[in-house]
Design a protein around this ligand. Sequence first.
Ligand SMILES: [Mg+2]
Length: 170
Amino acid sequence: MAEQVDLYLDFDGVININGTRSSYLDASYGKAAGWKIEWRKGVIDYINSLPENVNLVWLTTWEMNNLAETELVPLLGITRPTVTISRALAGSSPYHEWWKARALNAWRELEGREDRKFIWIDDDLESSFHDIPEALLSEGLGLLMCPDWRSGITEEFMKEIDKFLEEVRV
Ligand SMILES: [Mg+2]
């Protein structure tokens, strides 16, 4: 059986590229919780086609009221199971600290997934890098990807993800 891999996925600036005046031929448009959303069908097709050992985990402010699962999944047409990391897991982190890094670390501990390989895509990863706990930065453990919020996930990212997954499988 293939080793399990988690894909931690932000939404805005990663899948949602609304307001960027993109010219993607596969651009799709909709509304979720009153917000305009623009995404690429090709990105969703790619996510849907990932191997079964890849677990889709939302790590986004759309965790609020479970919006990622109730609004985004049906709108985008995501066909695989998803779970969501709750912001509450960040605890009473100081306001200036990045809640996602703390919540993710706490969640992995809670789930007993400290050693699980992962891919983490968030357009704030670079600017918040100093807040990421050591445990998440072990050599070879995770692939951290920080797309430009105007383009989100691109074909180059998909290639890099495929390469990482291939290495995990070996
Ligand atoms: Mg974002």
